[in-house]
Design a protein around this ligand. Structure first.
Ligand code: GLU
Length: 307
């Protein structure tokens, strides 16, 4: 397995087309596009890494997997009155469906949906407490207390928040948000600005690969049914309007972020985190997707079989 992971990292290190680093959040545009990292954490407790696997990067929308897990833990199925479970077929920051669907976001992984989820988590808490809860959860599943917010990234996103602010105000106008828009956005931008390495992220995703149990510690994070459902949502909605393409090429539940990371789950096998900052036109890591495609071709670990 280590040979395969090294092979993937070597192939990606030499790739010429690397995609385009996100620049709509200016702080992200300073990241060197030549970097590539990969880490696999298996359900039997092994870790295989290569490339820049210990370099922290901005996890951005991958954080939406963790906030969804927290919200489901707090509210259970009543969360689904606030956010849907269908793929959107639209870009991550699109506003069009919100108008047709009375301000209820299609799913928890598009920006509007994640903003609704964090609004739900904020219920009964000060924004600082909510942030503490999100960070503690991520540290807990990653088993690593060094994980932190990158405040420069959060501030950069707050300063350029027009698009997300539009989504949030639109939802608020439909009575879909309970809290002040800027407070919700401040919390949302911080969750997106959590910095983690591939190794930390692979570890953090392991509970989704093992029926809800955080394997190394043996502690149950969620019930098996909830792990299965979160994986289903990642498969259907985790790559925005390219979710079908990702399922076609890779065939694993996955969640991407505009920082260039992807967390992919191979149920009963392991959790794989890849990172390369250059994005394709849908906002998903170009080389990250290629790396995962190569990984499933060589391991046969796609949920759709060994071919
Ligand atoms: N923080 C980013 C935004 O709201 C997340 C988008 C992403 O990673 O896909 O625009």
């Amino acid at each position: 397995m280590q040979d395969l992971i090294n092979d993937i990292a070597d192939t990606m290190a030499n790739a010429e087309r690397r995609g385009k680093v996100a620049d709509y959040i200016p702080e992200l545009s300073y990241v060197d596009p030549k970097q590539f990292g990969i880490s696999l954490a298996t359900v039997d407790g092994k870790v295989y890494s290569a490339g820049c696997a210990t370099t922290p990067f901005s996890i951005q929308s991958i954080s939406k997997v963790f906030t969804l897990t927290i919200a489901l833990g707090q509210m259970g199925d009543s969360l689904w009155s606030k956010v849907g479970r269908e793929p959107s077929g639209d870009p991550f920051n699109s506003i069009v469906q919100l108008e047709h669907e009375s301000g209820k976001p299609r799913n928890p992984f598009i920006n509007a949906g994640a903003i609704a989820v964090v609004d739900a988590i904020m219920m009964g808490h000060e924004p600082k407490e909510t942030l503490g809860e999100i960070l503690n959860f991520v540290r807990y599943v990653a088993d690593d207390d060094r994980i932190c917010f990158d405040h420069a990234v959060a501030a950069s996103e707050m300063a350029h928040r027009d698009r997300n602010a539009s989504l949030a105000h639109f939802m608020k106008a439909f009575g879909r948000l309970d809290h002040d828009v800027d407070k919700v956005l401040g919390t949302y931008f911080h969750q997106c600005a959590i910095a983690m390495s591939c190794e930390q992220l692979a570890h953090a995703g392991l509970f989704l690969a093992s029926d809800g149990i955080n394997k190394p510690s043996g502690i149950r994070v969620v019930a098996p049914q909830r792990a299965r459902r979160i994986n289903s949502l990642m498969m259907m909605c985790g790559h925005y309007d390219a979710s079908g393409e990702f399922a076609f090429r890779v065939g694993l539940p996955g969640k991407s972020g505009v920082g260039g990371g992807i967390l992919a789950i191979s149920p009963s096998h392991g959790s794989i985190a890849v990172w390369s900052p250059g994005l394709d036109s849908y906002g998903n890591s170009l080389l990250g997707t290629q790396a995962l495609e190569m990984f499933v071709q060589r391991t046969g670990w796609s949920v759709f079989g060994h071919y």
